[in-house]
Design a protein around this ligand. Sequence first.
Ligand SMILES: Nc1ncnc2c1ncn2[C@@H]1O[C@H](COP(=O)(O)OP(=O)(O)O)[C@@H](O)[C@H]1O
Ligand SMILES: [Mg+2]
Length: 270
Amino acid sequence: MTIQIAAFENPRSNSDTEASAIDLRKVSVRFTTDRGTVTALENIDLSVPIGGFLTLLGPSGCGKSTLLRVIADLIAPTSGNATVLGGSPSLARARRDIGFVFQDAALLPWRTALQNVALPLEVGGISRPGRRSPAELLALVGLSGWENAYPHELSGGMRQRVAIARALVNDPRLLLMDEPFGALDEITRDRLNEELLDVWASTGTTILFVTHSIYEAAFLAERVLLLAANPGRIKEIVPVSLPSPRRIALRETTEFTKLAGRLRAILETC
Ligand SMILES: Nc1ncnc2c1ncn2[C@@H]1O[C@H](COP(=O)(O)OP(=O)(O)O)[C@@H](O)[C@H]1O
Ligand SMILES: [Mg+2]
């Protein structure tokens, strides 16, 4: 007699489908409006490994935000298939596996920094407390001592730090960032770029980051995805082999300048 021993499934890893954090197969999104039909995304095939850092770069209207929205289950593809962390985007969303950061921090003005970070733990049905408390997350983004400050007392950069801490409070396995530093001055943006890499290293979360900035795209990523517009499509995926840990001074190197030049040349054809 043979005894069959069922394999136990570890919910946090490693079935075949879960080798990737994100798997898009022929994903297309079309919007129909009074002005006609827009193909925001056409036949997108993309795979992002667990723990990866991908930046999305491309002209306005090439579908960057739409791509993040498909992954976050905010819109459904018109055709094709999206897999997030081994299941559907809606399952990932229901499990609170996804954190989202927008250009506007969108903090509640009547709540302190700490209360804003804690907000996702209070709303909705199931909540999944992360490994780090809201106070620890504020420390992680460099805001120790600012727990009780209100949004109007914080600079733009500090408000974005709060938004990042808030996005991390459920310990998401995937962090989607849509031009999060686009409205900040350059010095603040540089500093936050370095800090984000530290956050990435210490949390191990997979990050997809949308930007208009060639330098930001190159500095942060393991790979840069360049999108072209009308219809929104993948132009090229450029691997980045710059050394880690990365500090802003890296941008002065020949290696970095060459990479930025290459991205610019591709962008000009998008
Ligand atoms: N909800 C919507 N309804 C109609 N058209 C939309 C909608 N969202 C985006 N679009 C169109 O889809 C295209 C891609 O938009 P978007 O993903 O926002 O681009 P990006 O973020 O790269 O600037 C644009 O032409 C935009 O006008
Ligand atoms: Mg956008």
